[in-house]
Write a protein that binds this ligand. Structure first.
Ligand SMILES: Nc1nc2c(ncn2[C@@H]2O[C@H](COP(=O)(O)OP(=O)(O)OP(=O)(O)O)[C@@H](O)[C@H]2O)c(=O)[nH]1
Ligand SMILES: [Mg+2]
Length: 308
């Protein structure tokens, strides 16, 4: 299960120190752990001991979250942090102030005062955690277009591939090497369908993961077996992006026409080529299955990323 949005309860230690921190850990890819355990309580401070010694401060609690996690106070909406770098931390809640023993109130005339403060109970709050994956490129398109096949070809990622729609149920990140110096991160996403922005299919839930990409690969299916027109598909998906976020609709796109290996794909390929030329859209005709066109595509993406 892929969890990219969740509320958790955090409480600082009672009576002295014991803060709760969140830290970005690149080994994590989902907030799933927090689905199973929602309440986190830092250690309380210890009672003071005799002989003017302080009580030990409570231990801090460190919660690990994936890179790209946004942290907010659930109730006020206040943004507490955006954890985008490995090891980056945000203080989720402080521990309470510790108590003060009677020695702290002693004066020259009252060496054994009866006054002492108790430590306060730890402050607490609900946090809203939202994961927005950090990728350079997001692959969008109708289900079954071949998005996962492409990502599995270009990177070491191993997303599930199958000849039916909605094979991909969660985003997967892959690292693509361009040349000796350059790499980029590509995100394979679940397929989009009309109404995705309104919650149809799986798309809407995952559109958030395109928000932090710099470039969208818009994949069209050249297989006439879809019964759809690839240019219509392009418009349909672009309308979904616009309905979700006008900003996303303006994100630079590279059109990728896939399944060019199919002999019956030729007329659709011609149509897509004409349309993209007429509308000044960058187009790469590929076969993710045979690998045709992939070297040019990777170079094209790298160039587009430099411009974006
Ligand atoms: N002939 C041909 N088939 C392809 C090509 N690329 C992918 N396919 C096939 O198309 C089907 C769907 O491929 P996926 O990569 O799972 O498609 P997807 O876009 O990730 O699909 P969802 O995850 O459901 O959105 C599989 O049967 C693939 O083998 C291609 O270039 N040529
Ligand atoms: Mg897929």
């Amino acid at each position: 299960m892929f969890v990219d949005e969740i509320d958790i309860f955090v409480k600082g230690g009672d009576g002295g120190a014991g803060c709760v921190w969140l830290e970005a850990d690149p080994a994590l890819t989902t907030l799933l752990d927090y689905h199973y355990k929602r309440h986190y309580h830092a250690e309380r401070g210890q009672h003071g001991e005799g002989g003017n010694r302080h009580g030990r401060s409570g231990g801090d609690l460190l919660l690990r979250v994936p890179l790209g996690t946004l942290v907010a106070d659930r109730d006020t909406g206040e943004r507490l942090g955006d954890l985008t770098a490995s090891g980056q931390r945000v203080l989720a809640i402080r521990g309470a102030r510790g108590g003060r023993g009677n020695a702290r109130f002693a004066t020259s005339t009252n060496r054994a005062p009866r006054r002492a403060d108790l430590g306060r109970p730890g402050p607490e709050r609900w946090l809203h955690l939202e994961l927005k994956l950090l990728a350079d490129v997001g692959v969008i398109g109708f289900p079954n277009a071949g998005k996962s096949t492409l990502v599995s070809r270009l990177s070491a990622a191993k997303p599930r591939i199958a000849d039916y729609p909605f094979t991909t149920l969660e985003p997967t990140l892959g690292i693509v090497r361009v040349d000796a110096e350059r790499t980029f991160v590509i995100a394979d996403l679940p397929g989009l369908i009309p109404g995705a922005a309104l919650g149809k299919g799986l798309g809407h839930q995952f559109l958030r993961h395109t928000e932090r990409t710099r470039l969208l690969l818009h994949m069209l299916d050249l297989d006439p077996g879809t019964g759809r027109d690839p240019i219509d598909d392009l418009h349909v998906i672009n309308r979904e992006l616009a309905a979700y976020s006008p900003e996303l609709a303006r994100r630079p796109q590279v059109v990728v026409a896939n399944k060019s290996d199919l002999p019956e794909a030729a007329p659709r390929r011609d149509k897509v080529e004409q349309y993209c030329a007429a509308n000044d859209l960058p187009l790469f005709v590929i076969s993710a299955a045979t690998g045709a066109g992939l070297v040019d595509l990777v170079r094209g993406i790298a160039t587009a990323l430099e411009k974006a």
